[in-house]
Design a protein around this ligand. Structure first.
Ligand code: CA
Length: 358
C-alpha cells in the first residue's frame, strides 16, 4: 500500500511556515489567509488551544518550543492539536508494556505460543510473495548495507505481515496522549511528536491523516518518528522518504541494521546441545565459550570467529532449548528488546528463504 500525501490547506500552511522568516509583517499583509472558506483577520493573535489538550501546560510549552525552535505557526499548531484526541486506552496499553515481576515458572511453552503467531504456512507464503516482488530492492539493500534479505523480510513480516497490518491509530492522537498525559514517558514521546510534526512538514503530509500503532510506529517497518529521522532512506529515489512505500521501507530497515552493528556474513544464533539451568540467560548476557562448555553446553554448528556468546533459552513446553546468541542476534533485538521477538524475526526470515529454495 502506497501512502499518497494529501495536500490539504492545513498542510500547505504548515509547509509554508517553514520558510516564512522573510514574510511581511501582519500589519502590511494585504491577503488574509483562508481557512475553511473564511477570511481570517491578519491582526488576529490566535485562539487559545481547544480540544482534549486545552489547558494542558505540557502542550502549551510544547507549542511554544515548536514555534521558537522550528518556526511553526502557533495558530496552525493549535488547529492541529485541537483535533488530536486523548486516548485513554493507549495509556492503559502502554502501562501493560511496563516491566512486570518475575515470569511464570516454566517450562510452559511460552516460545511455542509466541512462535506460532508468526511462523505459519500463510505467513511463509506471503513472505515468499513479498521477497519475489521486491527482490531487486532486497538485493540492492544487501549490496549497499550488507544486511541479508531474510532479515529484512523477517522484520517486515513480524512487524506488519508485509504491509497488511500497519496500525489504525491516528499517530497525532497516540503521540499527543503519550507526550502530554503520560508522565512516565513524556520526555521520549514529546520528542517523537516533535519529529513527527517535522516529518509531516518536510514530506507534505497532513499530520491528522497518518495512522500507525498505538505507540506511534508507522509504515511497513513500524518506524518511530525518531527512527525515521535517523535511519529512513529514499530507497526508490523518488524524492520522498516514505515509510509506507515498501522499497523505501526495505532500504530503511537495512540502514537501521547496518547502524546497529549487523555483521555481514556472520551467523545469528546456534542451537546448543545440553542444558545450563544454573546460568542467567537472555540476549544481553555474555559468556566465554569455555564458561558455557563448563556449564554443560556445546554448539551444534560453527560460531565463526566468535569466542563469546549470549545464552538464549527458549521455553519449548516440556523442556528448555538453549542457544548461543551472536552479535547479529543482538542487532535484531535493537529493533525490539526481546529474545522472542528476535528469534521470531530470524526464524520467519529463514523459513521464507527455505520456502524459496534456499
Ligand atoms: Ca521514496
Amino acid at each position: 500500500m502506497r501512502y499518497s500525501a494529501l495536500l490539504s490547506p492545513l498542510v500547505l500552511l504548515l509547509s509554508a511556515c517553514s520558510h516564512d522568516a522573510a514574510a511581511p509583517a501582519p500589519s502590511s499583509a494585504t491577503a488574509s489567509p483562508v481557512k475553511g472558506g473564511f477570511l481570517l483577520d491578519p491582526q488576529h493573535t490566535g485562539q487559545p488551544l481547544q480540544g482534549d489538550f486545552a489547558f494542558n501546560d505540557n502542550t502549551a510549552r510544547f507549542v511554544d518550543r515548536m514555534v521558537r525552535e522550528h518556526g511553526f505557526d502557533k495558530q496552525q499548531l493549535h488547529d492541529v492539536l485541537a483535533q488530536a484526541r486523548r486516548l485513554d486506552w493507549v495509556i492503559r496499553l502502554m502501562d501493560k508494556q511496563a516491566p512486570v515481576g518475575r515470569p511464570a515458572a516454566g517450562p510452559n511453552g511460552a516460545w511455542i505460543r509466541y512462535r506460532s503467531q508468526f511462523i505459519t504456512q500463510d505467513n511463509v507464503q506471503n513472505g515468499v510473495a513479498f521477497w519475489d516482488q521486491y527482490q531487486d530492492a532486497l538485493e540492492r539493500a544487501y549490496e549497499r548495507y550488507g544486511v541479508a534479505p531474510e532479515v529484512i523480510v523477517g522484520i517486515i513480516g513480524v512487524e506488519t505481515r508485509w504491509g497488511r497490518v500497519m496500525g489504525k491509530t491516528r499517530i497525532i492522537d497516540a503521540l499527543s496522549t503519550l507526550a502530554f498525559d503520560y508522565p512516565r514517558r513524556a520526555k521520549f514521546f514529546e520528542s517523537e511528536l516533535e519529529v513527527f510534526l517535522l516529518m509531516s512538514r518536510s514530506e507534505g503530509y497532513d499530520p491528522l491523516d497518518l495512522k500507525g500503532s498505538f505507540a506511534g510506529a508507522m509504515g511497513y517497518g513500524q518506524f518511530m518518528p525518531s527512527s525515521f529521522k535517523s535511519y529512513a532512506v529514499d530507497f526508490n529515489a523518488d524524492g520522498h522518504t516514505n515509510l509506507w512505500d515498501p522499497v523505501d521501507a526495505i532500504g530503511s530497515v537495512a540502514h537501521y541494521f547496518q547502524a546497529h552493528g549487523w555483521q555481514h556474513g556472520d551467523a545469528v544464533a546456534v542451537p546448543a546441545q545440553g542444558q545450563a539451568p544454573g546460568l542467567e540467560n537472555g540476549f544481553a548476557t555474555r559468556y566465554s565459550l569455555a564458561t558455557l562448555s563448563a556449564a554443560g553446553l556445546q554448539p551444534t554448528a560453527s560460531l565463526g570467529r566468535y569466542r563469546e556468546a549470549s545464552l538464549l533459552r527458549l521455553d519449548m513446553g516440556n523442556s528448555y532449548q538453549y542457544w548461543y546468541g551472536l552479535p547479529n542476534f543482538y542487532a535484531i533485538t535493537r529493533y525490539n528488546h526481546s529474545t522472542h521477538y528476535a528469534m521470531a524475526v530470524w526464524q520467519l526470515g529463514e523459513s521464507v528463504k527455505q520456502a524459496r529454495g534456499g
